[in-house]
Design a protein around this ligand. Structure first.
Ligand SMILES: Cc1ncc(COP(=O)(O)O)c(C=O)c1O
Length: 394
């Protein structure tokens, strides 16, 4: 048994323990997007070409794998409670091969996911759970059985864990389509490990980021793109990933990346506890003008805490005020298919045509707050929001 497979076993065992599943059903990938690519490619092979129901309130890298697999994304409206696809507004035709249940920001709404499960069943489609924002958390029924056929988890940049690379795919051993299960499992097991060059880029990432941060913004961007083009830098989102492609073929993580993933899994309980405490505080302390997604009923270890400002200009004011105070606000996912794709038509998205008016309105108004902070910082964040939204109310 190689050292690499030992650390991989440690990661899959930890994922299984956290989720009440079997380690053998977990498979590691270099980034979650490559796990998604294998999933959608297997779906296309086994079930044939067709469509995938997903949302524009997401990162471009969550839709690229659908395109690379040769399937067509179809976007549904999101529910303002869960920021996931709204089952009440989702219509699935005969060509629907998969439905994506995205736990946006880490909001896991079991009841709404159950409805997406039922809809997927009625269309004979696969339910793909996107747990990129909530590693090692699955939507389940009351007995603890996961709803999804396949679940995608990320160890990537700005996700729950301090790792910058790595992803994992859980394949439900009981999924109805056993031919798909077998094809997908075999494909994941057969993935090659990243080569020495990508591994070197991954290892250098932190140092490169620190150096790039010291450069003026324009020069930093040019340097980053130049290093990316020659494979010396492994960016969170590559230019090709805003144009419907992915940088690499699907691959498994190297020994170094896997070791970092194993190490991070030990830290997960502590990290989740800290994020949950901050989520509980934001829920109580944010002013009434900040519309909080209703599915955050109990404190959960969200990767970011979202709220919707009363209108777009106020969302930007909150963002600017937090930014000038150094409080790391986010505008995931404004613009749609974040951070904005080169040509929306490539993504089968027509901005502003009215079909996604409710989602586009939420995108205009969303602000999200850091949860990996201490409570003193969270107090300062809330003070800024109270000042901006309070001033606006007067
Ligand atoms: C919702 C969602 N799904 C999938 C991904 C892809 O994750 P990774 O960066 O590990 O490829 C991301 C991250 O950008 C994401 O935000």
């Amino acid at each position: 048994v190689s050292r690499a497979s030992e650390s991989a076993s440690a990661v899959t065992a930890a994922l299984a323990e956290f989720t009440g599943t079997e380690a053998a059903d977990w498979h590691l990938v270099f980034k979650a997007r490559y796990g998604m690519e294998v999933v959608f490619t297997s779906i296309a092979r086994v079930k044939g070409d067709g469509d995938v129901a997903t949302q524009i309130f997401t990162c471009a890298t969550a839709v690229d794998p659908i395109l690379v697999a040769g399937l067509t994304p179809h976007y549904g409206e999101v529910n303002a409670s869960s920021v996931a696809l709204d089952p009440a507004q989702l219509v699935l035709g005969d060509s629907m091969r998969a439905v994506v249940a995205q736990h946006t920001f880490g909001i896991v709404d079991n009841a709404l996911t159950a409805q997406l499960r039922a809809l997927a069943d009625s269309a004979n489609a696969v339910l793909v759970e996107d747990s990129a924002h909530c590693v090692a958390r699955l939507a389940t029924d009351d007995a603890g059985n996961p709803f999804a056929d396949v679940s995608i988890h990320s160890f990537g940049v700005e996700k729950v864990l301090p790792t910058r690379f790595g992803g994992a795919v859980w394949v439900n051993p009981d999924m109805k389509d056993q031919a798909l299960r077998d094809h997908l499992t075999a494909s994941l097991i057969a993935l090659p490990v990243i080569g020495a060059k990508v591994d070197r880029a991954a290892r250098s990432y932190l140092t490169q980021m620190r150096l790039l941060r010291r450069l003026p913004a324009g020069l930093a961007k040019r340097t980053r793109n130049a290093l990316t083009a020659v494979g010396l830098y492994e960016p969170a989102i590559a230019p090709v990933e805003l144009a419907g492609g992915l940088s690499h073929k699907p691959m498994r993580p190297s020994h170094w990346v896997t070791e970092a993933m194993a190490d991070a899994m030990h830290q997960l309980p502590r990290i989740e506890q800290r994020r949950t405490a901050v989520v509980a505080y934001y829920r109580e302390a944010l002013p009434a003008g900040a519309q909080i997604p209703a599915s955050i009923t109990t404190p959960q270890p969200l990767v970011r805490f979202p709220f919707f400002a009363p209108h777009a200009a106020l969302a930007e004011e909150c963002f600017d005020a937090l930014n000038s105070a150094g409080l790391r606000p986010g505008r995931w996912y404004r613009p749609a298919l974040f951070p904005g794709v080169a040509d929306p038509a490539v993504y089968n998205y027509v901005p502003g045509d009215g079909a996604l008016a409710a989602t586009e309105d939420l995108i205009e108004r969303v602000v999200n707050l850091p949860t990996d902070v201490d409570l003193d910082t969270a107090h300062r964040v809330v003070d800024v929001i109270v000042r901006v939204l309070g001033e606006a109310a007067r």
